[in-house]
Design a protein around this ligand. Structure first.
Ligand code: PMP
Length: 391
């Protein structure tokens, strides 16, 4: 595969961006290929190489690329203006849609990324409880806000780290100990019910039930980060657990391919953001809830009905079963699959060359744009590459 164009672009990138990259999460050494276009389930790169897209912009493109219906709606809405210093009806419709899908999470606020959603969620929890400490699980990724990156990360003030308690992944005893040790100081326990970076293994039902009891008992909020997992059920993965989170963060699929984030929660918790309330938490966001994003997201979600969610999950289960039956270590649930490998970079490149784009840590996210032929080809490529690598 010739890489001259890639190489030239990367040389230019290195001169103007650190490491030639503006998204560390998608960097693969020596440098990633550059995308040119996407249509449905496929992407063409600058070298003319075509791949089946199992990355789907890190799980966010539920209907693949350049979906005709979403494009149509986006062009109609954009033709009327892309952003206003006034609210539009689209944000109201989106909040109503999310409330209906989540079985009544009462109030919503929008922003432009999952990182920003988690940031707002933590602010809301602290404002409502009047407490500072956030308990979260090591190994779960929640974006790049100070409070959710590694306490050892450069650039995070010690004062921030002092308000964070990181417990081992899935260790509910450690959560209980933290709640006892920091009695009266824990604002929220933050959980991703199927954390990608930690291996994409769904949380155990009894652990989640115990977590809900513990948070209630200690007056801490239960905050569920559904930025990735919302796609797994019509109302998000928490509905599978029968859970009523106090706060939830969303992103990715609810933007229909555009930059988005959202938080939802009980009205009394989100009331801190109300411009009508005393001591309101000031929160604007120049492009928050812009009509293009909201309309694209509404169009994407409309087509992601309970039966469409189920169908995509079933196809994911079938692919995962096929992979496991052929000796491939594959975690996940429904439409999200994680390949477990000691050498994710080599696996990424070999799969890319074989025509399949994954996340850099082996994550595959299916889209409704995939045909049975695509799914067969993905399975063939993964099985062949894994066999080659273990030879
Ligand atoms: N939370 C989770 C669970 C995520 O997976 C991510 C990003 N992959 C984020 C938050 C941050 O979202 P964003 O990249 O949109 O800032």
């Amino acid at each position: 595969m010739p890489d001259t164009d890639d190489h030239q672009l990367y040389q230019r990138a290195v001169a103007v961006m650190p490491g030639g990259s503006t998204r560390s999460t998608l960097f693969v050494a020596p440098h990633p290929p550059y995308a040119v276009s996407g249509k449905g389930a496929e992407i063409t790169d600058v070298n003319g190489h075509v791949v089946i897209d199992c990355n789907n912009n890190y799980t966010s493109l539920i209907h693949g690329h350049a979906d005709p219906e979403i494009l149509q709606i986006v062009s109609e809405v954009a033709a009327e203006g892309t952003a206003f210093g006034l609210p539009t009806r689209y944000e109201v419709e989106m909040a109503e849609t999310l409330r209906a899908r989540t079985d009544g999470i009462e109030q919503w606020r929008f922003c432009n990324s999952g990182t920003e959603a988690v940031m707002m969620l933590i602010r809301a929890a602290r404002a409502y409880t009047g407490r500072d400490v956030i308990v979260r699980f090591a190994g779960s990724y929640h974006g790049t806000y100070d409070a959710v990156v590694s306490p050892q990360a450069q650039g995070v003030p010690a004062a921030v780290s002092e308000t964070i308690v990181e417990v081992p992944q899935g260790d509910i005893d450690a959560v209980e100990q933290a709640l006892i040790h920091h009695r009266g100081r824990v604002a929220a326990v933050l959980i991703d019910l199927m954390p990608n970076r930690a291996g994409l293994v769904p949380a155990r039902v009894d652990d989640v039930a115990r977590l809900a009891d513990l948070t209630r008992e200690h007056g801490a909020l239960l905050a569920v980060d559904e930025v990735i997992t919302f796609r797994l059920e019509h109302g998000g993965l928490h509905t599978r657990y029968g859970l009523n989170p106090d706060l939830i963060s969303l992103g990715k699929v609810i933007g229909g391919g555009f930059a988005v984030g959202a938080i939802g929660g009980r009205a009394e918790i989100l009331s801190s953001f109300s411009p009508l309330s005393d001591g309101a938490v000031a929160w604007g966001g120049t492009f928050s809830a812009n009509p293009v994003t909201m309309a694209a997201g509404l169009a994407a979600l409309r087509r992601f009905s309970p039966s469409a969610v189920r169908e995509l999950n079933d196809r994911g289960e079938a692919l995962r079963t096929r992979l496991r039956d052929n000796g491939v270590d594959a975690n996940g649930s429904g439409s999200l699959i994680r390949l477990i490998d000691d050498n994710p970079r080599a696996l990424w490149w070999k799969l890319y060359e074989a025509g399949v784009l994954t996340g850099t840590n082996g994550l595959l996210a299916l889209s409704t744009a995939m045909t049975d032929e695509h799914l067969d080809a993905i399975g063939d490529a993964v099985i062949t590459v894994r066999n080659q690598m273990s030879d």
